[in-house]
Design a protein around this ligand. Structure first.
Ligand code: FDP
Length: 342
Protein backbone atom coordinates (compact mmCIF):
# COMPACT_ATOMS: atom_id res chain seq x y z
CA UNK A 1 0.00 0.00 0.00
CA UNK A 2 1.31 3.44 -0.93
CA UNK A 3 0.96 5.19 2.43
CA UNK A 4 2.10 8.57 1.08
CA UNK A 5 -0.66 8.54 -1.54
CA UNK A 6 -3.14 7.27 1.06
CA UNK A 7 -2.15 10.07 3.46
CA UNK A 8 -2.70 12.56 0.63
CA UNK A 9 -6.22 11.24 0.03
CA UNK A 10 -7.14 11.30 3.72
CA UNK A 11 -5.63 14.69 4.52
CA UNK A 12 -8.55 16.78 3.32
CA UNK A 13 -7.74 20.44 2.80
CA UNK A 14 -11.10 22.16 3.24
CA UNK A 15 -11.53 25.76 2.16
CA UNK A 16 -11.78 26.90 5.79
CA UNK A 17 -8.56 25.09 6.70
CA UNK A 18 -6.87 26.63 3.67
CA UNK A 19 -7.95 30.17 4.62
CA UNK A 20 -6.93 29.59 8.27
CA UNK A 21 -3.49 28.50 7.02
CA UNK A 22 -3.23 31.71 5.00
CA UNK A 23 -4.42 33.69 8.02
CA UNK A 24 -1.65 32.24 10.20
CA UNK A 25 0.87 33.99 7.90
CA UNK A 26 -0.56 37.33 9.10
CA UNK A 27 -0.16 37.52 12.90
CA UNK A 28 -2.35 40.67 13.00
CA UNK A 29 -5.32 38.81 11.43
CA UNK A 30 -8.19 38.10 13.82
CA UNK A 31 -10.24 35.71 11.70
CA UNK A 32 -12.71 38.27 10.33
CA UNK A 33 -11.97 37.23 6.75
CA UNK A 34 -12.43 33.54 7.59
CA UNK A 35 -15.84 34.32 9.08
CA UNK A 36 -16.80 36.35 6.00
CA UNK A 37 -15.66 33.60 3.65
CA UNK A 38 -17.62 30.99 5.61
CA UNK A 39 -20.77 33.02 4.97
CA UNK A 40 -20.00 33.30 1.25
CA UNK A 41 -19.41 29.54 1.16
CA UNK A 42 -22.78 29.01 2.85
CA UNK A 43 -24.48 31.10 0.14
CA UNK A 44 -22.69 29.09 -2.56
CA UNK A 45 -23.80 25.77 -1.02
CA UNK A 46 -27.37 26.99 -0.87
CA UNK A 47 -27.39 28.14 -4.50
CA UNK A 48 -25.65 24.94 -5.61
CA UNK A 49 -28.33 22.86 -3.95
CA UNK A 50 -31.16 25.06 -5.28
CA UNK A 51 -29.76 25.02 -8.84
CA UNK A 52 -29.42 21.24 -8.84
CA UNK A 53 -33.03 20.85 -7.68
CA UNK A 54 -34.43 23.63 -9.84
CA UNK A 55 -36.08 21.45 -12.46
CA UNK A 56 -37.59 19.14 -9.84
CA UNK A 57 -38.76 21.82 -7.46
CA UNK A 58 -40.08 24.05 -10.22
CA UNK A 59 -38.03 26.86 -8.82
CA UNK A 60 -37.46 28.08 -12.35
CA UNK A 61 -39.84 30.71 -13.53
CA UNK A 62 -40.59 34.36 -13.46
CA UNK A 63 -40.57 36.13 -10.12
CA UNK A 64 -44.15 36.63 -9.08
CA UNK A 65 -45.50 33.45 -10.72
CA UNK A 66 -47.29 30.96 -8.50
CA UNK A 67 -46.42 27.27 -8.22
CA UNK A 68 -48.82 24.31 -8.02
CA UNK A 69 -49.34 24.88 -4.29
CA UNK A 70 -50.42 28.43 -5.09
CA UNK A 71 -47.30 29.82 -3.40
CA UNK A 72 -45.53 32.70 -5.01
CA UNK A 73 -42.34 31.55 -6.68
CA UNK A 74 -39.07 33.33 -6.58
CA UNK A 75 -36.90 33.39 -9.64
CA UNK A 76 -33.60 31.67 -8.94
CA UNK A 77 -31.53 34.85 -9.20
CA UNK A 78 -33.86 36.72 -6.84
CA UNK A 79 -33.69 33.84 -4.36
CA UNK A 80 -29.90 33.60 -4.61
CA UNK A 81 -29.56 37.32 -4.02
CA UNK A 82 -31.69 37.18 -0.87
CA UNK A 83 -29.61 34.32 0.49
CA UNK A 84 -26.30 36.08 -0.16
CA UNK A 85 -27.43 39.45 1.20
CA UNK A 86 -28.73 37.86 4.41
CA UNK A 87 -25.65 35.65 4.85
CA UNK A 88 -23.27 38.57 4.26
CA UNK A 89 -25.08 40.91 6.67
CA UNK A 90 -25.35 38.24 9.37
CA UNK A 91 -21.61 37.55 9.12
CA UNK A 92 -21.11 40.86 10.94
CA UNK A 93 -18.07 41.46 8.72
CA UNK A 94 -19.51 43.69 5.98
CA UNK A 95 -20.33 47.38 5.71
CA UNK A 96 -21.44 47.81 2.09
CA UNK A 97 -22.87 45.26 -0.33
CA UNK A 98 -23.16 45.80 -4.08
CA UNK A 99 -25.25 43.22 -5.88
CA UNK A 100 -26.10 42.90 -9.55
CA UNK A 101 -29.70 42.39 -8.43
CA UNK A 102 -30.01 45.60 -6.41
CA UNK A 103 -29.99 48.97 -8.07
CA UNK A 104 -28.74 50.74 -4.96
CA UNK A 105 -25.81 49.88 -2.71
CA UNK A 106 -26.79 48.24 0.58
CA UNK A 107 -25.29 50.03 3.59
CA UNK A 108 -25.31 47.55 6.48
CA UNK A 109 -26.88 48.75 9.74
CA UNK A 110 -24.10 50.30 11.89
CA UNK A 111 -24.72 47.76 14.68
CA UNK A 112 -23.80 44.89 12.31
CA UNK A 113 -20.95 46.50 10.39
CA UNK A 114 -17.53 44.98 9.77
CA UNK A 115 -14.42 45.91 7.80
CA UNK A 116 -15.27 44.46 4.37
CA UNK A 117 -17.20 45.48 1.26
CA UNK A 118 -18.51 42.70 -0.96
CA UNK A 119 -19.43 43.25 -4.63
CA UNK A 120 -21.18 40.28 -6.19
CA UNK A 121 -23.35 38.81 -8.89
CA UNK A 122 -25.37 36.16 -7.03
CA UNK A 123 -26.30 34.19 -10.14
CA UNK A 124 -24.44 35.07 -13.30
CA UNK A 125 -25.36 33.62 -16.67
CA UNK A 126 -28.99 33.36 -15.65
CA UNK A 127 -30.22 33.03 -19.24
CA UNK A 128 -28.64 29.55 -19.05
CA UNK A 129 -30.61 28.38 -15.97
CA UNK A 130 -33.59 26.98 -17.81
CA UNK A 131 -31.49 24.60 -19.90
CA UNK A 132 -29.20 23.32 -17.15
CA UNK A 133 -26.00 24.92 -18.49
CA UNK A 134 -23.32 25.93 -15.95
CA UNK A 135 -23.93 29.21 -14.14
CA UNK A 136 -22.19 30.79 -11.17
CA UNK A 137 -21.75 33.36 -8.42
CA UNK A 138 -18.96 35.95 -8.77
CA UNK A 139 -17.61 38.03 -5.88
CA UNK A 140 -14.94 40.57 -5.06
CA UNK A 141 -13.93 41.85 -1.63
CA UNK A 142 -12.56 45.27 -0.66
CA UNK A 143 -11.54 46.48 2.75
CA UNK A 144 -13.39 49.54 4.10
CA UNK A 145 -11.13 52.61 3.93
CA UNK A 146 -13.17 55.29 5.67
CA UNK A 147 -14.84 53.43 8.52
CA UNK A 148 -16.16 56.58 10.21
CA UNK A 149 -17.25 58.28 7.05
CA UNK A 150 -18.59 55.40 4.98
CA UNK A 151 -19.69 56.31 1.45
CA UNK A 152 -19.75 54.95 -2.09
CA UNK A 153 -16.22 56.29 -2.44
CA UNK A 154 -15.12 53.20 -0.54
CA UNK A 155 -16.55 51.06 -3.35
CA UNK A 156 -15.62 53.07 -6.42
CA UNK A 157 -12.00 51.97 -6.35
CA UNK A 158 -9.88 50.16 -8.94
CA UNK A 159 -10.04 46.38 -9.00
CA UNK A 160 -6.37 46.14 -7.99
CA UNK A 161 -7.46 47.34 -4.53
CA UNK A 162 -9.51 44.20 -3.95
CA UNK A 163 -8.19 41.96 -1.18
CA UNK A 164 -9.84 38.82 -2.56
CA UNK A 165 -12.01 37.61 -5.42
CA UNK A 166 -13.60 34.38 -6.51
CA UNK A 167 -16.44 32.58 -8.15
CA UNK A 168 -18.44 29.45 -7.60
CA UNK A 169 -19.51 27.49 -10.66
CA UNK A 170 -22.66 25.39 -10.51
CA UNK A 171 -21.94 22.81 -13.18
CA UNK A 172 -21.43 19.07 -13.33
CA UNK A 173 -19.78 19.66 -9.96
CA UNK A 174 -19.80 22.71 -7.73
CA UNK A 175 -16.39 24.40 -7.89
CA UNK A 176 -15.25 27.42 -5.91
CA UNK A 177 -12.20 29.29 -7.21
CA UNK A 178 -10.60 31.79 -4.84
CA UNK A 179 -7.69 34.18 -4.66
CA UNK A 180 -6.71 36.16 -1.58
CA UNK A 181 -3.88 37.83 -3.47
CA UNK A 182 -1.51 34.91 -3.19
CA UNK A 183 -2.26 32.75 -6.24
CA UNK A 184 -5.47 30.98 -7.20
CA UNK A 185 -6.91 27.79 -5.71
CA UNK A 186 -9.92 25.72 -6.72
CA UNK A 187 -12.13 23.73 -4.33
CA UNK A 188 -14.79 21.19 -5.26
CA UNK A 189 -17.85 20.58 -3.12
CA UNK A 190 -18.01 17.03 -1.78
CA UNK A 191 -21.79 16.74 -1.40
CA UNK A 192 -21.51 13.86 1.08
CA UNK A 193 -19.32 15.95 3.41
CA UNK A 194 -20.89 19.32 2.59
CA UNK A 195 -17.34 20.68 2.38
CA UNK A 196 -15.32 22.36 -0.37
CA UNK A 197 -12.09 20.36 -0.74
CA UNK A 198 -8.93 21.71 -2.39
CA UNK A 199 -8.81 19.95 -5.77
CA UNK A 200 -7.02 22.52 -7.96
CA UNK A 201 -4.10 23.94 -5.96
CA UNK A 202 -2.17 26.91 -7.36
CA UNK A 203 -3.97 27.26 -10.70
CA UNK A 204 -1.67 28.66 -13.41
CA UNK A 205 -3.18 29.69 -16.71
CA UNK A 206 -1.18 28.31 -19.71
CA UNK A 207 1.04 31.04 -21.19
CA UNK A 208 -0.61 30.64 -24.59
CA UNK A 209 -3.87 28.91 -25.42
CA UNK A 210 -5.62 27.26 -28.33
CA UNK A 211 -9.12 28.58 -27.66
CA UNK A 212 -10.86 31.90 -28.30
CA UNK A 213 -14.22 32.67 -26.70
CA UNK A 214 -16.52 35.45 -27.91
CA UNK A 215 -20.13 35.96 -29.01
CA UNK A 216 -19.53 35.91 -32.79
CA UNK A 217 -23.13 36.97 -33.38
CA UNK A 218 -22.02 40.50 -32.55
CA UNK A 219 -19.31 40.51 -35.28
CA UNK A 220 -21.02 43.09 -37.48
CA UNK A 221 -20.68 45.66 -34.71
CA UNK A 222 -17.09 44.88 -33.61
CA UNK A 223 -14.34 47.46 -33.76
CA UNK A 224 -11.41 46.97 -36.13
CA UNK A 225 -9.03 45.52 -33.51
CA UNK A 226 -11.45 42.84 -32.30
CA UNK A 227 -12.32 41.86 -35.87
CA UNK A 228 -8.63 41.62 -36.79
CA UNK A 229 -7.79 39.54 -33.72
CA UNK A 230 -10.61 37.05 -34.37
CA UNK A 231 -9.57 36.85 -38.03
CA UNK A 232 -6.03 35.93 -36.85
CA UNK A 233 -7.48 33.23 -34.56
CA UNK A 234 -9.18 31.60 -37.57
CA UNK A 235 -6.57 32.27 -40.26
CA UNK A 236 -3.21 32.58 -38.48
CA UNK A 237 -0.56 34.22 -40.62
CA UNK A 238 2.41 32.63 -38.84
CA UNK A 239 1.65 29.09 -40.03
CA UNK A 240 0.29 27.97 -36.65
CA UNK A 241 -2.99 26.03 -36.35
CA UNK A 242 -6.23 27.99 -36.09
CA UNK A 243 -7.66 28.33 -32.59
CA UNK A 244 -10.87 26.56 -31.56
CA UNK A 245 -13.96 28.57 -30.70
CA UNK A 246 -15.73 27.80 -27.41
CA UNK A 247 -18.50 30.07 -26.11
CA UNK A 248 -20.90 28.98 -23.38
CA UNK A 249 -22.41 32.43 -22.82
CA UNK A 250 -22.04 32.10 -19.07
CA UNK A 251 -19.08 34.16 -17.89
CA UNK A 252 -18.16 31.92 -14.96
CA UNK A 253 -18.03 28.82 -17.15
CA UNK A 254 -16.15 30.54 -19.99
CA UNK A 255 -13.60 32.06 -17.59
CA UNK A 256 -13.22 28.78 -15.66
CA UNK A 257 -12.33 26.96 -18.87
CA UNK A 258 -9.95 29.78 -19.84
CA UNK A 259 -8.13 29.55 -16.47
CA UNK A 260 -7.72 25.78 -16.74
CA UNK A 261 -7.10 25.29 -20.48
CA UNK A 262 -5.76 28.71 -21.49
CA UNK A 263 -6.85 30.92 -24.37
CA UNK A 264 -8.77 34.16 -24.37
CA UNK A 265 -12.26 35.23 -23.27
CA UNK A 266 -13.59 38.42 -24.83
CA UNK A 267 -16.59 40.65 -24.37
CA UNK A 268 -15.50 43.68 -26.39
CA UNK A 269 -16.98 47.10 -26.91
CA UNK A 270 -18.96 47.33 -30.12
CA UNK A 271 -20.99 49.88 -32.07
CA UNK A 272 -24.16 48.97 -30.19
CA UNK A 273 -22.57 48.71 -26.73
CA UNK A 274 -19.61 51.10 -26.52
CA UNK A 275 -18.81 49.87 -23.00
CA UNK A 276 -19.37 46.19 -23.71
CA UNK A 277 -21.89 44.23 -21.66
CA UNK A 278 -20.16 42.96 -18.57
CA UNK A 279 -20.26 44.83 -15.28
CA UNK A 280 -17.04 46.25 -14.00
CA UNK A 281 -17.36 45.83 -10.24
CA UNK A 282 -18.74 42.33 -9.91
CA UNK A 283 -17.85 40.63 -13.21
CA UNK A 284 -14.82 42.26 -14.87
CA UNK A 285 -12.82 43.10 -11.71
CA UNK A 286 -13.08 39.74 -9.87
CA UNK A 287 -12.37 37.75 -13.06
CA UNK A 288 -9.46 40.04 -14.00
CA UNK A 289 -8.05 39.69 -10.47
CA UNK A 290 -8.19 35.89 -10.69
CA UNK A 291 -6.70 35.90 -14.21
CA UNK A 292 -3.73 38.03 -13.15
CA UNK A 293 -3.24 35.97 -10.00
CA UNK A 294 -3.09 32.87 -12.22
CA UNK A 295 -0.38 34.48 -14.40
CA UNK A 296 -2.58 35.82 -17.22
CA UNK A 297 -3.61 39.32 -18.27
CA UNK A 298 -6.85 41.32 -18.40
CA UNK A 299 -7.19 44.26 -20.80
CA UNK A 300 -10.09 46.57 -21.64
CA UNK A 301 -9.00 47.53 -25.15
CA UNK A 302 -7.37 50.63 -23.70
CA UNK A 303 -5.72 49.71 -20.41
CA UNK A 304 -5.08 47.08 -17.74
CA UNK A 305 -8.58 46.25 -16.48
CA UNK A 306 -7.71 46.30 -12.78
CA UNK A 307 -6.56 49.94 -12.98
CA UNK A 308 -9.95 51.26 -14.12
CA UNK A 309 -11.69 53.54 -11.64
CA UNK A 310 -15.47 52.96 -11.64
CA UNK A 311 -17.76 55.97 -11.78
CA UNK A 312 -20.88 54.12 -10.74
CA UNK A 313 -21.63 50.77 -9.16
CA UNK A 314 -23.25 49.13 -12.19
CA UNK A 315 -20.83 50.48 -14.80
CA UNK A 316 -19.89 48.21 -17.73
CA UNK A 317 -16.52 47.63 -19.34
CA UNK A 318 -15.16 45.77 -22.36
CA UNK A 319 -12.84 42.90 -21.39
CA UNK A 320 -10.21 40.64 -22.97
CA UNK A 321 -8.77 38.20 -20.45
CA UNK A 322 -6.80 35.00 -20.45
CA UNK A 323 -3.39 33.58 -21.34
CA UNK A 324 -0.54 36.08 -21.13
CA UNK A 325 0.57 35.74 -24.77
CA UNK A 326 -2.93 35.81 -26.22
CA UNK A 327 -3.82 39.03 -24.41
CA UNK A 328 -0.44 40.46 -25.40
CA UNK A 329 -1.42 39.88 -29.04
CA UNK A 330 -4.70 41.79 -28.79
CA UNK A 331 -2.92 44.61 -26.95
CA UNK A 332 -0.51 44.93 -29.88
CA UNK A 333 -3.38 44.96 -32.38
CA UNK A 334 -5.16 47.73 -30.46
CA UNK A 335 -1.92 49.74 -30.33
CA UNK A 336 -1.39 49.29 -34.10
CA UNK A 337 -4.99 50.28 -34.95
CA UNK A 338 -4.67 53.32 -32.68
CA UNK A 339 -1.43 54.34 -34.41
CA UNK A 340 -2.98 53.91 -37.86
CA UNK A 341 -5.77 56.31 -36.96
CA UNK A 342 -3.45 59.07 -35.69
P1 FDP B 1 -26.47 36.44 -18.81
O1 FDP B 1 -26.85 37.56 -19.73
O2 FDP B 1 -27.03 35.10 -19.21
O3 FDP B 1 -26.69 36.75 -17.35
O4 FDP B 1 -23.41 39.03 -17.40
C1 FDP B 1 -24.27 38.39 -18.06
C2 FDP B 1 -23.89 37.25 -19.00
O5 FDP B 1 -24.84 36.26 -18.97
C3 FDP B 1 -22.51 36.60 -18.76
O6 FDP B 1 -22.52 35.57 -17.80
C4 FDP B 1 -22.14 36.09 -20.12
O7 FDP B 1 -20.75 35.95 -20.32
C5 FDP B 1 -22.73 37.12 -21.04
O8 FDP B 1 -23.79 37.76 -20.32
C6 FDP B 1 -23.31 36.54 -22.30
O9 FDP B 1 -23.77 37.57 -23.11
P2 FDP B 1 -24.26 37.34 -24.61
O10 FDP B 1 -25.51 36.54 -24.54
O11 FDP B 1 -24.49 38.72 -25.15
O12 FDP B 1 -23.18 36.63 -25.36
Amino acid sequence: MDHAAEAHRTDLMTITRHVLNEQSKHPEARGAFTILLNHIVLGCKFVCSAVSKAGLAKLIGLAGETNVQGEEQKKMDVLSNEVFVKALISSGQTSILISEEDEEAIFVDPSKRGRYIVVFDPLDGSSNIDCGVSIGTIFGIYMVEHKDDLSLEDVLRPGEKMVAAGYCMYGSSCTLVLSTGNGVNGFTLDPSLGEFILTHPNIKIPKKGKIYSINEGNAKNWDKATAKYVENCKFPKDGSSPKSLRYIGSMVADVHRTLLYGGIFMYPADKKSPNGKLRLLYEVFPMSYLTEQAGGQAFTGKQRALELVPNNIHERSPIFLGSYDDVEEIKKIYAAVEEEST
